[in-house]
Design a protein around this ligand. Structure first.
Ligand SMILES: *Cc1c(COP(=O)(O)O)cnc(C)c1O
Length: 434
């Protein structure tokens, strides 16, 4: 009996049951609950490198990577050391530190569009604050976003959004006043005509266009040739600001983010995920005339008890230093490319109804034969097939996101062996499915 009880205490099932008694749905972020794929989540005991281990000691090759931050894998020795060193000196001061200056300088060097940068605690805070500043600067109220893009859970962004909202089929969240929602305009991604049309009608009221330059929250989508430069032209013409939400793409695609990759310079940029080295961080920054409005330099209020947190700053500094190693992105991208090509060749040979979108070290396997270029086409995916694929992968020790509308992230900790095992498993599973 005692043994039975010990076993129960070690099971994910037990912890999920306990969690649901005290946490809504048992999780602190909705997608984690596995609702879209069915079944119950595993509870994590520890993680290292490319592996994540549950409380029952099952080990998985992890392609979720905490939804983006872990480009070096779990518990990278340099990051662990940096955090360990810092923690002995205290965890929060409520006073400025040289660490914040150092990280700000690393960000500015990586992204020349940023003159001034403010650190916050999450991507959500970064986008909310960026929009506030944009509204203050332009003295306009409306913002334009794209269907299926995700900008965190601020009230203004919870319409036709990606990530967990796409996963759960929530198109607008109760609790957001209609008056607030009405200030957010949505058009399809990659559709410059729709952008121009809406600007012709309401351009004088639009404070900013906010966009994931490379969307990854409706699965990975690639921008068409002139889409992002077109956004730059339209916003300039109407004197609205262009905000690149690089919470995922920043430092993942290139040291200078998607803006370096595509050669378009936004007015404001939001960051998160990777710049925290796995600790909670966000940042927003950009043109000095706009960012000068932020308090205490200007009148736009934005603050944070734990902002610029020394542990997070220290982890972020170490992360960015690691990414500056010569050839880091090139090597990671090449590894990913080989993995994706192997999958693509198999899919093509068998004529399976699957589309793989890929850029840098992120990809999405969409269960549709049609090209996926926006939210509407992403939604043609067979999410039941995805759910089956997800569970079969999990059974073989491979963890991908429990939702069709997320990216698969490759880290520098993934070995060739991890990737070939994953490609083989995918082939076997799809063989059985089709
Ligand atoms: C994750 C994400 C956010 C929100 O960041 P949080 O840290 O989860 O609040 C915002 N924008 C994009 C593009 C993201 O991927």
């Amino acid at each position: 009996m005692a043994e039975g009880k010990v076993k129960a205490l070690q099971s994910s099932k037990f912890w999920f049951m306990e969690a649901r008694k005290s946490i809504p749905g048992g999780v602190n972020s909705p997608v984690r609950a596995f609702q879209a794929v069915g079944g119950e989540p595993f509870f994590v005991k520890r993680a290292y490198g490319s592996k994540i281990v549950d409380v029952e000691d099952h080990e998985y090759i992890d392609f979720v990577g905490s939804y983006g931050p872990l480009i070096l894998g779990h518990a990278h020795p340099a990051i662990v050391r940096a955090i360990q060193e810092q923690v002995t000196h205290g965890t929060s001061y409520g006073a400025p530190t040289p660490l914040e200056v150092e990280l700000a300088n690393l960000v500015k060097t990586a992204m020349p569009s940023i003159d001034l940068v403010r650190f916050v605690n999450s991507g959500t805070e970064a986008t909310m604050s960026a929009v506030r500043v944009a509204r203050a600067f332009t003295k306009r109220k409306k913002i334009l976003k794209f269907e299926g893009c995700y900008h965190g859970h601020g009230d203004s962004f919870l319409s036709k959004a990606g990530s967990g909202l796409a996963t759960l089929g929530i198109s607008a969240s109760p609790g957001v006043p209609e008056e607030v929602a009405a200030l957010t305009l949505n058009v399809p991604y990659n559709n410059l005509d729709a952008v121009r049309k809406i600007f012709e009608k309401e351009g004088k009221e639009i404070a900013a266009v906010i966009v994931e330059p490379i969307p990854a929250n409706m699965g990975v989508i690639l921008p068409h040739g002139a889409f992002l430069s077109g956004l730059r032209e339209v916003t300039r013409e109407y004197e609205a600001l262009l905000i690149f939400d690089e919470v995922i793409s920043g430092f993942r695609l290139a040291p200078g983010g998607a803006q370096e990759f595509v050669g378009v310079r936004p007015d404001l940029t939001t960051l998160g995920k990777i710049i925290g080295g796995g600790l909670p961080v966000g940042a927003y920054g950009g043109r000095s005339d706009v960012m000068s409005l932020v308090a205490p330099l200007g009148p736009v209020y934005q603050a944070g008890t734990l902002s610029g947190n020394p542990l997070a700053m220290r982890a972020g500094i170490e992360m960015l230093r690691q990414l500056q190693m010569p050839g880091f992105h090139k090597s990671l991208d090449e590894t990913t490319h080989r993995f994706v090509e192997a999958l693509r060749i198999t899919v093509k040979r068998r004529n399976w109804p699957i589309t793989i979108n890929h850029i840098g070290s992120m990809l999405t396997v969409f269960f549709t034969g049609k090209p996926v270029i926006d939210y509407a086409s992403a939604k043609t995916s067979d999410t039941k097939a995805y759910a089956k694929f997800f569970h079969e992968m999990l059974r073989r020790g491979i963890f991908i996101a429990p939702s069709q509308f997320e990216a698969m992230f490759i880290s520098s900790a993934h070995t060739i062996n991890d990737l070939s095992k994953t490609a083989d498993a995918a082939e076997q599973i799809l063989e059985k499915m089709y």
